[in-house]
Design a protein around this ligand. Sequence first.
Ligand code: TYD
Ligand code: MG
Length: 464
Amino acid sequence: MVARAQNYVCQSCGAASARWAGRCDACGAWNTLVAEGAAATTRASRKGRLFVIEPLKGQTLEAPRLASGVAEFDRVTGGGLVRGSVLLLGGDPGIGKSTLLIEVAAAYARGGQRAVYISGEEAVAQVRLRAERLGLAEAAVELAAETAVEDIVATLSHGKPPQLLVIDSIQTMWTQTVESAPGTVTQVRGSAGELIRFAKRTGTSVILVGHVTKDGQIAGPRVVEHMVDAVLSFEGEGSQQFRILRAIKNRFGPTDEIGVFEMTGSGLQEVANPSELFLSERELGSPGTAVFAGIEGTRPLLVEIQALVAPTSLGTPRRAVVGWDPSRLSMVLAVLEAHCGVRLSGYDVYLNVAGGLRIAEPAADVAAAAALVSSLAHSSLPADAVYFGEVSLSGAVRPVAQTAARLKEAQKLGFGRAVVPEAARTEAPEGFALSTIATLTELVADIVRDGKPPLRRVGRQDNE
Ligand code: TYD
Ligand code: MG
């Protein structure tokens, strides 16, 4: 006997509940519960089927990983797609997911692999039009506009299975095994499950596209995050041309690598040296900007950190930060106040990482502090200097990993000096000046020495 009951599923987090409610108990989102036919809950018991257990030390004949040739994509996936793996590519609508994947599919096809691109959103003619615009009209990618998962699996199970299958997007797919409407959490999960089974059975690498909106309103592709092998996110500021591909989860590779692309009139171009791009529009010599020599994954990356410190008109001053961790900003501000005599309680503080980049490294502490003090003191930092170092709560500047790589990248891009932790003293490349600092106080003293007006007159309580 099959018991069928009405079930309410949150379209934001996927939690199921037996009653409808205005607010999801699990994630707190409002008005996201939708009735979905519950799947069969009881089944006739059956005897267990015997299956083969294999030793771990087995032999796999084919290459486990296939590189696409799109270097930035391969870098983020950890060297290419693993056979039979399923990858979810999330991102805002219009960010360039379809563009990226048709380019990746074309790259695989160029390498002699069978690549199939299934669009549930666009007609074949539209996909073809885009490929023409990208100069890929001749690529041997196989196209279809289809949304029924069973049909897709049946079609691709004939003959030699493809090496790459792109599903654009998982939200448009539907499977007969589930009763609810396409786009609902249950359908997204059911369809993904079917496609994952197909991938494991045939060895095809599958890429699922998932739209994510900022407020998470669309049935979240998040609900399949735990089912897939890797989750990549494609990000960028609408107004800017940079697009950053980032791994959020990767069962077969690193999660700290980023791939950088530039959206141009003829598609996405790979950016092999992102530092050049991120620094290209730098305003030299304006107070409040510092260049941070960072590391993203295995690659050094120079990026500008901008700060604005301005007297506040509010009771509680504003602290806003884009591209960096707000709690690290609070910590740096607290250290500046407590150990360096920099009064910030009367000021609004804004911090921005240029180029739409997001930095997670504590090594950015010193660069952020330099930008903040520079803005407060109206004292611009030397245009040829880079900054890095972690700040501890005691105000000490601590060493960070990969100093040599950071300095080498800075030198390559024409910088002549760096303000760094003391431990970095021995790592300077030839012809490169280092000023080492042991504490944040030393940094502040260096910056305000020629600042106007003097720092001590800037604080609200300090007016003599
Ligand atoms: P698209 O790949 O369709 O985004 P998604 O699949 O993530 O929704 O990209 C859409 C945007 O990219 C659109 O605003 C136009 C822009 N674009 C270019 O600037 N140049 C191009 O060559 C292409 C194909 C798109
Ligand atoms: Mg698209």
